[in-house]
Design a binder for this molecule. Structure first.
Ligand code: C2E
Ligand code: CA
Ligand code: CA
Ligand code: CA
Length: 280
């Protein structure tokens, strides 16, 4: 009866050792996830707002955990950054995405292109061997560097200028650099002119504010003007409805990404989209 009245007492009570043991297991599982074939890459379409064409995909990692199910990056990337596994995971994602997108590119008609965006953790940028390992993966997979965009966050660059030479080395080979979640960090505009950046990705929180109220479009508008002055490209993130897509188009955005167009999805789904006359 006691068990029924207090079912929680039959669970292991909280104890630090048990919690540690559990997270140790999780960390060990994470360390082995790539070699056990448990990591997946989903691809989210990035579309041309005027034509609807699929112009790029962003690679987004998932972990198909044997008991916990499909885990999103928020559930394991922070741990991977603490454990150092982020370097192996990041390399795995890049290799897998280059292999996959390279195969798609080879099948495209000559007048179409498909770029690949891959996220880099600030920790990856701290490593001197980053540029070398990215270029090695490009060579090994035969992926054209001009088709690759690496997405980094503002803070990774502003806090630690040592990332700049690594990014310059990649840009020298044709890789482009996108500043992810743009507008949410604290990067000063003064730095922006000096940073090795080609693309600004307008964070989705500013897109969410675009609901017909002109004043709310202020940041989205400021970012597009800034990109024009700095001769950078833009991608608007997190478009969830047609009204936002229209508003961004009117502001001058040309490329966008969001659930309104497509969710991150497995390679097979992207392949289906690529074979449609109008991609998305
Ligand atoms: P992010 O780079 O800003 O990626 C965009 C995130 O927004 C993705 O979440 C995507 O599913 C989500 N998203 C896309 N469209 C919409 C929309 O219309 N509405 C809303 N509410 N969300 C949308 P996801 O896949 O869970 O990834 C979360 C973050 O994890 C990414 O944010 C990125 O910072 C990180 N991440 C993902 N894959 C990798 C990776 O391979 N390496 C590293 N270092 N980080 C990764
Ligand atoms: Ca990103
Ligand atoms: Ca983002
Ligand atoms: Ca983010």
């Amino acid at each position: 009866y006691a068990a029924k009245r207090h079912p929680t007492q039959h669970w292991v009570r909280y104890s630090p050792e048990v919690a540690d043991a559990r997270s140790d297991t999780f960390a060990a599982e994470l360390a082995a996830a790539a070699e056990r074939g448990q990591l997946r890459v989903l691809y989210q379409p990035i579309v041309d707002l005027l034509t609807g064409d699929l112009v790029a995909v962003e690679a987004l990692v998932r972990w198909q955990h044997p008991t916990r199910g499909l885990l999103g990056p928020d559930a394991f990337i922070p741990l991977a950054e603490r454990s150092g596994d982020i370097h192996g995971i990041g390399a795995w994602v890049l290799r897998e995405a280059c292999r996959q997108v390279g195969a798609w590119q080879a099948d495209l008609p000559a007048d179409r292109s498909l770029h690949l965006s891959v996220n880099l953790s600030p920790l990856q940028l701290e490593r001197p061997e980053l540029a070398g390992s990215v270029l090695e993966i490009l060579d090994a997979t035969g992926f054209d560097p001009h088709g690759l965009v690496v997405e980094i966050t503002e803070s990774a660059l502003v806090d630690d200028r040592s990332a700049v030479p690594h990014l310059e080395a990649l840009r020298a080979r044709g890789v482009r650099v996108a500043l992810d979640d743009f507008g949410t960090g604290y990067s000063s505009l003064r730095y922006l002119t000096q940073l090795p950046v080609d693309i600004l990705k307008l964070d989705r929180c500013f897109v969410a504010e675009l609901n017909g109220d002109p004043a709310r479009a202020a940041v989205a508008e400021a970012v597009i003007r800034l990109s024009q002055i700095l001769r950078m490209d833009t991608v608007a993130e997190g478009i969830e409805d047609a009204a936002q897509a229209t508003e961004l188009t009117l502001l001058g955005y040309r490329t966008a990404q969001g659930y309104h167009f497509a969710r991150p999805q497995p390679a097979a789904e992207i392949e289906r989209l690529l074979h449609q006359p109008t991609a998305v």
